[in-house]
Design a protein around this ligand. Structure first.
Ligand SMILES: [Zn+2]
Length: 356
């Protein structure tokens, strides 16, 4: 279970479990997992494909204290912390921002991974793995029956939506149909993947990028390679990770308002209700969350809330209530219904403040 204390340790353990970080091989520079610690806690997460000065600055502007990236800080291997390398670390530490990286584990994940999500986005149904790295399939492949030009157009649409454009599309001649496709995000075109594509009978290969010789080899082999852009093919995974951390839920409680000479007094009717609203499937983890939050929120939305005058006492329940975003406020029959809407990650961070 992800404990709602929102420590970096908890979030990292949750992500490591989801992504099977320890079990998936990767290039040495990938350094999957926590790359930079911080004093904490995690109050807000930002996600980006790359850990660059630009994305670090954006995380600072967003007030994030955790930056989750696909390409981490250490691709260049061991190097002196000088120049840009120093500046990245300096800005992270000065702003107390931790960094968590997930490279191949995020590429190949069947639900939140770049390849599975991009295939779905393109209307393609994977039936097997593709692009093996140390025995593990990073990409996906499957059968289809559609004009190659149509697939090119779909790739172009995704690319332009993500702020890029197709680099090249091989030779998608008129009337050509794609019957077996393969997809490998990022630098997916190489001599190895071309060999694998030929062996699997792939006629259309979708990648982020690749060296020039792959285009030459593909043309000779009658293979169409769609180079959709490295960045473009790797935005979906990191975005879905952010959504995963933001499982939304609603809490609601009904209070009766009494105006007394000491100020307003709210009396709760019944229990505090809690419901996930993101439509994600039930799981043991989510049930743990629900039990935990129902208990904590029951303590927060006490049965009786007495205000001192009209100003909620600092540090008291009324003050804590201000930490929640009111999603719905209604009064009828002398009852006030207040619906609160918040996100798991934000709530988790706030819970660190309110938990006894
Ligand atoms: Zn990449």
């Amino acid at each position: 279970m992800t404990s709602p204390s929102a420590s970096l340790e908890d979030i990292a353990a949750h992500l490591d479990g989801l992504l099977h970080t320890r079990d998936i091989p990767d290039y040495p520079g990938a350094m999957n997992g926590v790359q930079v610690e911080h004093a904490g806690p995690v109050t807000r997460c930002a996600v980006a494909v790359d850990a660059s000065l630009r994305t670090i600055d954006a995380a600072i502007v967003e007030g994030a204290t955790l930056l989750i990236v696909h390409h981490g800080l250490f691709w260049g291997g061991a190097q002196p912390l000088r120049g840009r390398a120093f500046e990245r670390i300096r800005r992270l530490i000065t702003s107390d921002i931790a960094v968590y990286a997930s490279h191949l584990p995020l590429d190949l994940h069947p639900e939140v991974g770049n390849n599975a999500l991009l295939a779905r986005e393109l209307g393609l149904a994977p039936s097997a793995g593709f692009a093996h790295f140390q025995g593990v399939a990073i990409g996906v492949t499957g059968n289809a029956d559609l004009p190659t030009a149509e697939l090119v157009a779909r790739c172009a649409a995704v690319a332009s939506r993500e702020g890029g454009h197709l680099v090249a599309a091989g030779h998608a001649t008129e009337g050509r149909r794609t019957r077996r496709w393969a997809l490998c995000s990022g630098a997916g075109a190489s001599s190895d993947t071309l060999r694998e594509a030929a062996a699997a009978g792939v006629d259309t290969l979708i990648v982020g990028e690749g060296p020039h010789h792959t285009a030459v080899e593909a043309a000779d082999a009658g293979l169409v390679i769609i180079y959709a852009g490295h960045y473009v093919t790797e935005t979906l995974g990191i975005r879905s990770l952010a959504e995963h951390l933001e499982a939304s839920f609603e809490i609601s409680a009904r209070f009766e308002l009494f105006i007394t000479i000491d100020g307003p007094r709210l009396v709760r009717e019944g229990s505090v209700d809690f419901a996930f609203t993101d439509g994600q499937p039930e799981s043991a983890e989510r049930r743990d969350w629900q039990t935990y939050l129902t208990r904590k929120l029951g303590g927060l939305f006490q049965e009786e809330i007495i205000f001192d005058g009209l100003t909620p006492p600092a540090g008291g329940p009324g003050d804590k209530l201000k930490r929640f975003r009111v999603g719905h406020l209604e009064s009828n029959n002398e009852w006030i219904s207040i619906g609160y809407r918040l996100f798991a990650s934000a709530q988790a961070a706030e819970a660190a403040v309110i938990a006894p």
